[in-house]
Design a binder for this molecule. Structure first.
Ligand SMILES: Cc1cc2nc3c(=O)[nH]c(=O)nc-3n(C[C@H](O)[C@H](O)[C@H](O)COP(=O)(O)OP(=O)(O)OC[C@H]3O[C@@H](n4cnc5c(N)ncnc54)[C@H](O)[C@@H]3O)c2cc1C
Length: 456
């Protein structure tokens, strides 16, 4: 397909000459995301990048593309790990990077945020207004538009849920170019089945999000993190469900391994503790009124010791921030050592069994499977090492099979994108796939929006 006949000038008419990129070196940074080596996908390089400023411009671009059946690829921060934003056909990459407006409504405790705002930028604005925005994927360069359509999660999902629990309204450009407004600053909306909930979590194949209305929460008075060491994975994972059913409500409940934290700390030029008396840890973050937080910390410490933990310690203030900075960097720090990162989720009470399965599979392939993640919601990220690239598919499939046998699913937050389509077809009920494909056709009859992603 020759994309350049007339198309460039038509796009320039819509967004302005400065916001259409056609040169190879300009386009290159928009062709890849953070997908690991085992599942990386070769992009089509015959693409044009456009940078619209509002929904009206996007609508015109999409109408133009739909009329000529040209694929369009929305792009946020490019931090996805399942090649979702990678263009696999000649087409138009719509970069949302210029759409940066944020409106905070303090009275309704809501924000309306445009898709190009990064999580880091949004976090700063929300915090300075006295609120928190709980969804917290570990990459702060992720964009709010992508966090919306990917239903991103992160460490705080154990207490506050994932993105879909916070989205109250959407402005979306459909693949046919119409602009759709859904919901608003509403706590209740029972008019019909929720199209918001359909669009959130379908990975950007049904529409391009141009505004998201999200619920905010008041900033807690105080917070701290307990570092709770254990002698092995099984004990740490097995303590999760009892902690949660004890009445303690952590803001985050993460599982980490000292080795991974050490690699991550070194990657940042920091140091990880050398005196932690066990190879693995739970990080239990507590937030709320100061006296309540300290009471809960005491209760949680005693409770963990009853469940085979070693002596916990507390990180507060800047030390707590340092611990979380190191935790958030683990995926990136392990990437050069890894073939793939998985994102499996099981019911929290099955975590101990999942730990045993990871150990069994690692020993079968005479290797290690480092893991970390959101233990409180049963969502763990096992890494398949770079040295196991040849066996990567077998190891991955065995982990997926073990996960499904424990009542789990193959992804809790990273999604299917383009990198996990084969596994989507292998591990998901064909009827579900048929229904999702039908919904995709209804929204996008010409399959122009992000083709080869999930279905289509
Ligand atoms: C170090 C690291 C840590 C991570 N930690 C987490 C974590 O804790 N939790 C988690 O959930 N994820 C995590 N991720 C994955 C990633 O950050 C999320 O999937 C995030 O939502 C991607 O945002 P992005 O802006 O980079 O999206 P991109 O990679 O640019 O795009 C992702 C998908 O969204 C689509 N898209 C982008 N913007 C729009 C829009 N406005 N409308 C419609 N579709 C759109 C794209 O077409 C693509 O399909 C992590 C990734 C890394 C590299």
């Amino acid at each position: 397909m020759n994309l350049h006949d007339n198309l460039v000038s038509e796009l320039e008419n819509i967004v302005g000459k400065d916001y259409v990129l056609t040169k190879k070196e300009q386009i290159e940074p928009y062709l890849y995301d953070e997908t690991f080596v085992a599942t990386s996908i070769k992009p089509s390089t015959n693409c044009i990048v456009v940078k619209p400023i509002n929904a009206e411009q996007i609508s015109k671009i999409v109408k133009l593309a739909n009329d000529s059946k040209i694929p369009v690829y929305p792009r946020g921060g490019g931090t996805g790990v399942v090649a979702a934003s990678v263009p696999t056909k000649d087409g138009i990459i719509i970069s949302l990077e210029r759409m940066k407006k944020v409106e905070i409504d303090k009275d309704n405790m809501m924000a309306i945020v445009e898709p190009g705002v990064t999580l880091e930028e949004f976090g700063k604005i929300v915090t300075s207004a006295g609120f928190i925005f709980p969804p917290y994927p570990a990459n702060e360069q992720a964009s709010m538009g992508a966090i919306t359509v990917n239903n991103s999660g992160g460490a705080r999902a154990v207490k506050h849920g994932v993105m879909r629990h916070h989205v109250k309204g959407l402005e979306v450009v459909l693949p046919t170019g119409e602009i759709l407004n859904l919901g608003g600053k509403l706590i209740k909306d029972n008019v019909t089945s929720s199209l918001i909930q359909l669009i959130v979590g379908t990975g950007g194949i049904l529409g391009i999000v141009t505004k998201t209305t999200v619920k905010l929460l008041p900033k807690p008075e105080y917070q701290l993190t307990l570092l709770v060491p254990f002698n092995n994975r099984h004990d740490a994972f097995s303590a999760v469900a009892p902690i949660l059913s004890s009445g303690i409500e952590p803001l985050s409940l993460e599982y980490v391994e000292n080795k991974c934290m050490d690699i991550s700390a070194k990657d940042l030029g920091e140091t990880w503790y050398t005196d932690i008396p066990g190879p693995v840890l739970l990080l239990i973050q507590l937030a709320g009124k100061k006296d309540v937080v300290f009471n809960e910390a005491e209760k949680a410490s005693e409770f963990c010791i009853e469940h085979n933990s070693l002596e916990p310690r507390i990180a507060e203030g800047s030390e707590e921030n340092r611990v979380w900075k190191i935790r958030k960097n683990v995926l990136a720090a392990l990437k050069p050592l890894s073939s793939d990162v998985l994102d499996v989720t099981v019911p929290p009470a099955q975590m101990g069994k999942l730990a045993d399965e990871l150990d069994r599979i690692a020993s079968k392939y005479n290797t290690e499977i480092p893991a970390y993640g959101h233990a409180g919601d049963g969502n763990i990220h096992p890494h398949i090492l770079r040295k196991d690239l040849e066996n990567c598919e077998k190891i991955r499939n065995e982990i997926y099979e073990a996960t499904l046998s424990l009542g789990g699913v193959i992804t809790g937050e990273h999604g299917i994108g383009k990198a996990r389509v084969k596994e989507f077809y292998k591990f998901v009920d064909p009827k579900v796939i048929e229904l999702i494909s039908g919904i995709k056709k209804l929204f996008d009859p010409n399959n122009i929006l992000n083709p080869n992603t999930i279905v289509g």
